[in-house]
Design a binder for this molecule. Sequence first.
Ligand code: NAD
Length: 312
Amino acid sequence: MKVLITGGCGQIGSHIAELMLTRGDEVLVIDNLATGRREHLGDDPKLRVVIDSIANKELVDSLVADFLPDVIVHTAASYKDPNDWYNDTLTNCVGGANIISAAKVHGVGRFIYFQTALCYGVKPLQQPIRLDHPKFPANSSYAITKTANEDFLEISGIDFVTFRLANVVGPRNVSGPLPIFYQRLSDGKPCFVTKARRDFVFVKDLARAVLQAANGVGQGTYHFSSGTDVAIKDLYDEVVEAMALSQYPEPDIRDLGPDDAFSILLDPSRTLEDFGPIQFTSMKDTVRAAIEYFQEYGVHGGYTHLKLDERK
Ligand SMILES: NC(=O)c1ccc[n+]([C@@H]2O[C@H](COP(=O)([O-])OP(=O)(O)OC[C@H]3O[C@@H](n4cnc5c(N)ncnc54)[C@H](O)[C@@H]3O)[C@@H](O)[C@H]2O)c1
């Protein structure tokens, strides 16, 4: 199988690329290294990595025309500065439209997308959130532009699978609480945790489901979730344990901010029906794998999609 992976040097894209290369697929990656790292992918005769942006329409058209992928796995996204509306729009809307249009023109058989749970807003109407929950993305530049990309895909007529995700973590994770906790604890700085609960999944569990989707399983929109949420404090405790610190650094427990949801939990029923039972890795093993990665490679990022000033 020939697979084009946008954002293939990122957390999710690189794990998918590795699995595909292991089973003998030909993989073409395009990544501008905004948040990804070239070292996330080794060298492989069946891998080609193009360092450029999906906003480059001519390049995207020629890559798709020449490579003629069977599947496009579109993980590239811009999110690292909540005030950088320009780059979020350029990558997520213009770049997203470029990739979808090229897929359409060149008859790519399958398209896989990754949507944020922030598309449901920061105050979802249900817990767990069902797939028919309305989209309320007007909470961040990231959610607005990622939702536009998903909307383009939905009207494209292409055979697609969208995985809507809450928090995907593990090695190479650059956003959300894990890299922030690790970095602060390594620097001997105090951490705060809110009373929120979140839905975490291990990146390698998602990558396996993406391979199933590339093989033809599923159609349309899915939640990739274990169906359970975890208190942020429990996640923090797992990080402390995995780092084997000599003393437990007591975190500052804070109330939820006005924009914070108590829980964002996605209902995975349709995914389990269509993809079959999924072996979800435990939180302990997930955190351990992420910490081992940070210990070896350091933290690059520590981004959050909503408010940067909360970390002070
Ligand atoms: N990780 C999560 O918790 C999570 C949750 C919801 C949705 N998602 C979605 O999953 C996808 C992958 O996320 P991730 O965690 O791997 O993030 P990531 O930052 O590790 O990967 C994104 C990759 O896209 C690349 N990229 C950014 N702009 C680009 C451009 N213009 N052209 C080419 N490449 C570009 C980055 O350099 C990076 O390698 C994204 O679409 C994201 O919106 C992730």
